[in-house]
Design a protein around this ligand. Sequence first.
Ligand SMILES: Cc1cc2nc3c(=O)[nH]c(=O)nc-3n(C[C@H](O)[C@H](O)[C@H](O)COP(=O)(O)OP(=O)(O)OC[C@H]3O[C@@H](n4cnc5c(N)ncnc54)[C@H](O)[C@@H]3O)c2cc1C
Length: 471
Amino acid sequence: MSEKVVIVGAGLAGSLLAIYLARRGMAVTVFEARPDMRREKISAGRSINLALSDRGITALREVGMDAYMLAEAVPMHGRMIHSETGGTKMLPYSGRKGEYINSVSRAGLNVALINEAEKYSNVQFIFNERCTDLDAASGELSFESGRTYRADTVIATDGAGSAVRDAMERGLPGFQISQAFLDHGYKELHIPARNADTLVRSEQSAFAIEPNALHIWPRHKFMMIALPNFDGSFTCTLFLAHKTEQPSHSDGEAISASDASYAFDQLTSEAAVLEFFNREFPDAVPLMPTLVEDFFNNPTGHLGTIKCWPWDLEGRALLLGDSAHAMVPFYGQGMNCAFEDVRVLDSLLPERSAQDGSPIDWRAIFEKYGELRKVNTDAIQDMAEENFFEMRDSTADPVFQRKRELETLLEQTFPDYFSKYSMVTFREDLPYAEAKERGNKQDRLLMALCSEATEDRPIDAGVAIWLIRGI
Ligand SMILES: Cc1cc2nc3c(=O)[nH]c(=O)nc-3n(C[C@H](O)[C@H](O)[C@H](O)COP(=O)(O)OP(=O)(O)OC[C@H]3O[C@@H](n4cnc5c(N)ncnc54)[C@H](O)[C@@H]3O)c2cc1C
């Protein structure tokens, strides 16, 4: 008899996991709270597009989905920094050819994964079924509809607001959870394609700004980014504090424009939104004809890091993806990490023939999985938080820009040099924890070198690599 697995959540991780488990002959039932996004027009949730990079691509490749997904992706070779005065500067992600990230449609990817999973006769998706509880003793799931369901094991991929995680918190003594929300929220906005009616999709001239870049408008206390879409448009995301900071100046002291802290709670009228955007993003405003409508129609999202432990319930259930380790989006790794989770879990499953009826030791597999993964997901969650400050503050800093240029040169010159960003993004063979440790040491050294450099005393790449190799 084949092993029966229930997956809760047909998002990015759950749909990919269904494919992996189906290939192993398991009977997979996937319960999803939302309607089937292939039949009803619903938001794919969280964000319109995402950056897909090597860890995610490797997992897609294992199930033969990489080429299909990359065919409609827009490569992003670096960060395009937009200054307050409208000037731009491209900071490449890597000095090596072929190392770039890819902007993909979240809905497109999710639908493709569900379609692929449904090709297997042993996979069933059940939509409009919201899980509300998991009985810690029996492993039985309950749903909002009143339905209950029991499987050999449950894998929860129900995202950052996981109901299964909540049930484990209620029912599992010693379950630990920490949730740290940023003061900043996010709002998605839109730059349409040029002459959308007449142009061929993905043609270079369809894009109103450089297509092969992740655009950033860093403004210290907030920032806007834009990722290209295959149809020539861009999805912009404004990251801004929810609430206005109280100024700490003494009474009577004037607050300069650069000190003024903008927040969502101030942007309540059309005039306020336009004043803010015209002042901070003057080069973007003419490209955003629906700015005001988008601003007031689109929701303001929350961002946070959720860490919890243990992830497994004695073999009866496992948390995977955002349900186990939601992170802020500033390294572009949440989905990539969730896909890597799936790959690692799959690598621990025993090779069995279809006739082999011996039960799988889920408890041992989940324990091993947690042991391998937790240290690495903690590392990428920490790096994602740190990268918020890098994108918002440092990308505009000349010392940081010098460091990125030096890193590009080092990557072009020395095959053994990888920046922290490259280790996280392009080295699927390197665990996140190692990338963090090695990357932080390199960053400290290079920032020190770059802050001492002057025009008369430029940095010697040979000296820099010698110092790095000695770390
Ligand atoms: C603004 C933003 C930008 C991002 N950009 C990137 C990026 O560029 N690159 C990247 O790698 N990551 C990015 N991420 C992170 C990425 O979105 C997540 O890490 C990824 O979606 C996690 O996949 P998941 O399947 O675990 O969760 P989700 O994709 O959230 O899927 C969860 C699924 O479970 C369903 N569900 C929820 N509750 C229940 C329930 N009770 N019962 C049944 N079903 C349920 C949901 O409807 C959903 O379908 C970004 C996130 C945000 C917020």
